[in-house]
Design a protein around this ligand. Structure first.
Ligand SMILES: NC(=O)C1=CN([C@@H]2O[C@H](COP(=O)(O)OP(=O)(O)OC[C@H]3O[C@@H](n4cnc5c(N)ncnc54)[C@H](O)[C@@H]3O)[C@@H](O)[C@H]2O)C=CC1
Ligand SMILES: C[N+](C)(C)CC(=O)CC(=O)[O-]
Length: 321
């Protein structure tokens, strides 16, 4: 199965939050980018998103030839994918919409193009069911902001060729990302299962009047959030076990797992809970605009990434370790 790994032309189907992020990352890596989105005003929104992201990408470092001028917004799906080496779909998270969309993409894409979906947790065997070339189709699930965060979860469906999975990971590496191969096709993959568990608990805490949205965000950002940017739960808890490491940690804290601290079932999204969450987050936003908050977030992420990179170099570690 011939697929192109050294890609020149990147097609973005859907140009909302995630599609715009992919466009920014691909342009910053010196590619030609075609984009299509059926919403009225989508091109203007995309170019505004891109302009807001560009200063952070300049701080990180643009590749030779990188330019916002290499973006071409086109009128049809067929025009977007016809000449693309790599196609990234970031359309709304609805299984039937993605099934129909991939049926169309499959009819217009080149026979050697790789096709990927940004889905957060839908199963590729299901939503690639009607495409003509499932062997070239994968999931590449990114994290927001796509143009800065390295992680991309890569997985295939039952009919995806192993060569396509390998090629997609190579392409994402060339785009400066850290692919994580999800070996089992499970809903929510790996990262969103973790994020959803935390989010469910946060909503319960708001719903039960235990804490405000701001207090919950403080609990994350002044504590575990800082260490999670360079060390995950397993290594962090190994250190929390002292010299005896994880074995002592499991002996000491394992039994607490059986206490009814956490909830498995999500709270009902009542109108009251939604208002509490929206009011709390609006207070946290204060007088800042979404654009200002995005630039603050991007500044923090680029600073954290640079600091981690420097610390890894001092400890003789590679950037992706
Ligand atoms: N927002 C997030 O935090 C993340 C979202 N994702 C995934 O990325 C995908 C897109 O999500 P967002 O960008 O957040 O949504 P969004 O709502 O910001 O953007 C979706 C875009 O798709 C367009 N669209 C509507 N119908 C379409 C069609 N038939 N064909 C092509 N485009 C169409 C819309 O006009 C809109 O611009 C989803 O699969 C989602 O699960 C993945 C990682 C994170
Ligand atoms: C909320 N979400 C499930 C769409 C989030 C993601 O998929 C990843 C992220 O950026 O948190």
């Amino acid at each position: 199965m011939p697929v192109i790994v050294d890609i020149r032309t990147f097609a973005a189907i859907g140009a909302g939050v995630i599609g715009s992020g992919w466009v920014a990352r691909a342009l910053a890596h010196g590619l030609d980018v075609l984009a299509w989105d059926p919403a009225p005003g989508a091109e203007k929104q995309l170019r505004e998103n891109l302009a807001n992201a560009w200063p952070a990408l300049e701080r990180v470092g643009l590749r030779a030839g990188a330019s916002q001028a290499r973006l071409r917004f086109v009128d049809t799906l067929a025009a977007c994918v016809a000449d693309a080496d790599f196609i990234q779909e970031s359309a709304p998270e609805r299984a039937e919409l993605k099934r129909a969309l991939h049926e169309q993409i499959g009819l217009s894409a080149r026979p050697d193009a790789l096709i990927s979906s940004s889905t957060s947790g839908l199963l590729p065997t299901d939503f690639y069911a009607r495409t003509a070339h499932p062997e070239r189709c994968v999931v590449g699930h990114p994290f927001n902001p796509v143009y800065l965060l390295p992680l991309v979860e890569v997985l295939g469906g039952e009919r995806t060729a192993p060569a396509a999975l390998e090629a997609a990971q190579q392409v994402y590496r060339a785009l400066g990302m850290r692919p994580l191969h999800v070996r089992k096709e499970v809903p929510g993959f790996i990262a969103d299962r973790l994020l959803e568990a935390l989010w469910r608990e946060a909503l319960h805490l708001v719903n039960d009047g235990v804490a405000t949205t701001g207090e919950i965000d403080d609990a994350i950002r002044f504590g575990a959030g800082i260490r999670w940017s360079f060390m995950g739960s397993f290594l962090s808890y190994t250190l929390a076990g002292g010299d005896a490491g994880m074995r002592h940690f499991m002996q000491q804290f394992g039994p607490a797992l059986e206490l009814p601290w956490t909830r498995l079932v999500a709270p009902q999204l009542s109108a009251e809970l939604i208002e509490r969450v929206v009011d709390g987050s609006t207070q946290q936003l204060g007088t800042r605009s979404i654009r200002q908050l995005e630039r603050y977030r991007d500044d923090c992420i680029t600073s954290v990434l640079a600091a981690i990179h420097a610390a890894k170099a001092r400890h003789g570690l590679r950037a992706d370790e």
